[in-house]
Design a binder for this molecule. Structure first.
Ligand SMILES: Cc1ncc(COP(=O)(O)O)c(C=O)c1O
Length: 382
């Protein structure tokens, strides 16, 4: 069972890929051939601090081709997944007691990292287009008046975890404007953008800001396999140089050299592009099944988002249904979801909300888990 999953349950909380969506046979083939290659000893040793050169070149070429991003090798480094990147960036950009800005709701585990670093977390609410700029501005004015300028704004710009929404181009531009006015960096945790089912992607913050004061994270966790622990960071060349010079990379070499070598071979064989293409269809089907089950099962008063990509749907409960009570009853029936409370700085803001993930559970469980929740909520409303 993957992290946190109770055997025999329906884990609608799990933001993992379903085991049948991992390209196990292809990876086995590539791992065995990497193992047999004459240079295997090189990848079993410490690596370049910036990460596998050939993987950096592959990613730079892909970003420039797909997004016309205009990045070069100096703008990209390999990291051990986006989580590593959030931790590293936080450590470099902020000191304990500094303020960080986030969306409300925001990705729960990033909030944990900011708490670990003893940051003051300030949140502004989102709607269907992303952060509400007037609220962000109010928060910035308050912080400035208190002499506590935020160091950075952390955002999941596409198919946000937990809400599934994508921030519009206009909002991105407004946030960039504010970041210049109030002098804070933007950390865009872009882990889901390759899993778009429909519509066109707005340009990234990195693109819209011309690379200035934006740090953009990517990962192979959602489009290949999270256990490989490989991702990348895009930023201005001097920032990348600063990270590469850090004690952690000097002491430990680059991120996961052996798995980076495997991922490089996988990507350069063309298999990754084909797999991502296939995954989009698989996740779209899962999203559609989840939305149809919600439509069929939820009583009046429940609302939810309709994500155009990614892993998550965000539910709002009627006032009659408290998320704690629902969680307890659902658990009694073997259904687990992510309570809204964990995604807010103040858990009290999330007592009528919850996150469902359609990425992991088998399809029949996706339907039946949502049915169970619908029945429980209807009973609580009666
Ligand atoms: C927004 C966000 N960032 C980061 C991660 C973790 O990424 P990684 O496996 O690359 O550390 C997740 C996974 O759930 C996520 O949703």
């Amino acid at each position: 069972m993957p992290q946190g999953v109770v055997a025999g349950s329906i884990p609608l909380f799990a933001g993992h890929p379903s085991p049948d969506l991992l390209p196990i046979d292809d990876l086995q083939r590539i791992i065995l051939s990497a193992w047999d290659a004459p240079n295997v000893a090189r990848f079993l040793n410490y690596g370049d601090e910036q990460g596998n050169r050939r993987l950096i070149e592959f990613l730079v070429e892909r970003l420039n081709r797909a997004e016309d991003l205009g990045v070069s090798r100096e703008n990209l480094m390999i990291i051990g997944g986006s989580t590593w990147g959030v931790g590293m960036v936080t450590q470099h950009l902020a000191a304990p007691g500094d303020a960080v800005l986030v969306d409300a709701p925001s990705y729960r585990d990033a909030l944990h990292i900011f708490r670990d670093h003893r940051l003051k977390i300030r949140a502004a609410p989102i709607d269907d287009e992303g952060i509400i700029v007037a609220d962000l501005e109010r928060s910035l004015r308050k912080l400035a008046a208190a002499g506590a300028a935020p160091r950075f704004y952390y955002v999941v710009p596409n198919f946000q975890n937990p809400s599934g929404i994508t921030m519009s181009r206009e909002r991105r531009l407004a946030v960039i404007e504010l970041s210049r006015q109030y002098n804070f960096a933007i950390v865009e945790d872009d882990v889901y953008s390759d899993l778009r089912f429909e519509g066109a992607a707005p340009p990234s913050f990195y693109d819209l800001a011309g690379g200035e004061n934006v740090l953009r994270l990517g990962t192979f966790s959602k489009t290949l396999a999270p256990g490989l622990r490989i991702g990348w960071l895009i930023a201005a060349a001097d920032r990348i140089a600063g990270f590469v010079e850090s004690g952690m990379l000097r002491m430990g070499g680059g991120a996961n050299p052996f798995t980076a070598a495997v991922v490089t071979d996988y990507c350069r064989s063309g298999a990754w592009e084909a797999h991502v293409q296939w995954l989009r269809g698989q996740y779209e089907r899962r999203r559609d099944i989840a939305l149809a089950a919600l439509e069929a099962s939820m009583p009046a008063g429940v609302t939810w988002t309709r994500p155009r990509g990614g892993y998550f749907i965000w539910l709002r409960l009627p006032s009659s249904a408290h998320v704690d009570a629902l969680e307890e009853r659902a658990r009694g029936q073997g259904v687990y979801f992510a309570s809204g409370k964990g995604f807010y700085v103040d858990p009290a803001d999330g007592t009528r909300q919850l996150r469902l993930s359609f990425s992991f559970v088998p399809l029949p469980d996706l339907r039946s888990g949502i049915e169970v929740l619908g029945e429980l909520i209807a009973r609580m409303a009666a």
